[in-house]
Design a protein around this ligand. Structure first.
Ligand SMILES: C[S@@+](CC[C@H](N)C(=O)[O-])C[C@H]1O[C@@H](n2cnc3c(N)ncnc32)[C@H](O)[C@@H]1O
Length: 275
């Protein structure tokens, strides 16, 4: 793209052509987010500034961002380094899964916990679930952990930057943490190993495999964590996994429960508690 001095409108059009040709799903949205990021302005201002020339450092930044998005199919959130989740802007990079909108269903379930409950976010990644919970329910005692040192670094940095009091531990599941908990929330890896080919290149090439894959049927993580559940647990599940996960929780003594659907109508969260 030869961009220097071209107006915002034309810069967007040429990016659109490149992103479409690369097979990107949402080329206009992505072009707008990347140009707004390169210019250091809010995306909504692009319309008002359609005739503004793209100049200086923004030219290289936008060209490089579009190249990464098109040629490498890198997710927009890794290029801009941020992702919105609930009411928070989280910093993300390839050490962590990009938080998904459907995970908000899990947060909504946990928002119903009683005052002062001690809740742990297992496999916290960027810290999305734990930090959103602490932000919206400051009365909860929220902790988090992840087995990936890079994720722990990212989650701790997000907690510090957002001023949220969430302790983030490095651990294989709850091993060695000795926490006294009332509730466990978890969005574990749940993709069956054999489903790798069905995932978009944005996911398989860029997101951490440890955040995605969980054995031949995608249930290995649930088998490991269901027995760790305290009195109440809420787990995000993949499409079609709710019954199996509810069964694992029931076998661990959490015999009462319900399944919550996400905005797409998919059974997305299994909530279970001891009777
Ligand atoms: C699907 S990602 C969820 C990340 C984040 N909670 C979210 O919803 O955006 C699963 C997370 O579990 C972590 N994980 C995988 N195996 C683990 C284990 N044995 N112990 C602790 N965390 C683990 C991964 O590193 C990853 O951050």
């Amino acid at each position: 793209m030869a961009l220097t001095g071209v107006p915002v409108r034309e810069a967007l059009d040429s990016a659109l052509v490149a992103l479409r040709a690369a097979g990107v799903d949402t080329p206009r949205l992505d072009a707008e987010v990347l140009l707004a990021h390169a210019l250091g302005i809010d995306r909504t201002r692009l319309v008002l500034e359609a005739d503004r020339p793209v100049e200086g450092a923004a030219v290289h930044a936008f060209r490089e961002a579009v190249r990464r998005r098109a040629a490498e199919r890198e997710p927009v959130a890794y290029i801009t380094g941020t992702r919105g989740f609930r009411h928070l802007d989280l910093q993300v990079d390839p050490r962590v899964l990009i938080p998904r909108p459907e995970t908000e269903t899990l947060v909504e379930a946990a928002l119903e916990l009683p005052h002062g409950a001690r809740v742990h976010d297992l496999g916290t990644g960027s810290g999305a679930i734990a930090l959103a919970l602490k932000h919206e329910r400051p009365d909860l005692v929220v902790s988090a952990s992840d087995a990936c040192p890079g994720a722990v670094t990212v989650a701790r940095a997000n907690a510090r930057r957002l001023g949220l009091d969430v302790e983030v531990h490095l651990a294989h599941w709850l091993d060695g943490l000795g926490l006294e908990l009332d509730a466990l929330v978890c969005n574990p890896p749940y993709v069956a190993d054999g489903d790798r080919a069905t995932l978009a290149p944005e996911i398989t090439r860029h997101e951490p495999a440890a955040a995605l894959f969980a054995g031949p049927d995608g249930l290995d993580a649930y088998r490991a964590i269901a027995p760790l559940a305290p009195a109440w647990a809420a787990f995000e599940v993949g499409d079609g996994q709710a019954a199996a996960v509810a069964g694992l929780l029931a076998a661990a003594g959490l015999t009462r429960g319900e399944v919550r659907r996400d905005l797409a109508g998919i059974e997305r969260v299994v909530v279970a508690w001891r009777s």
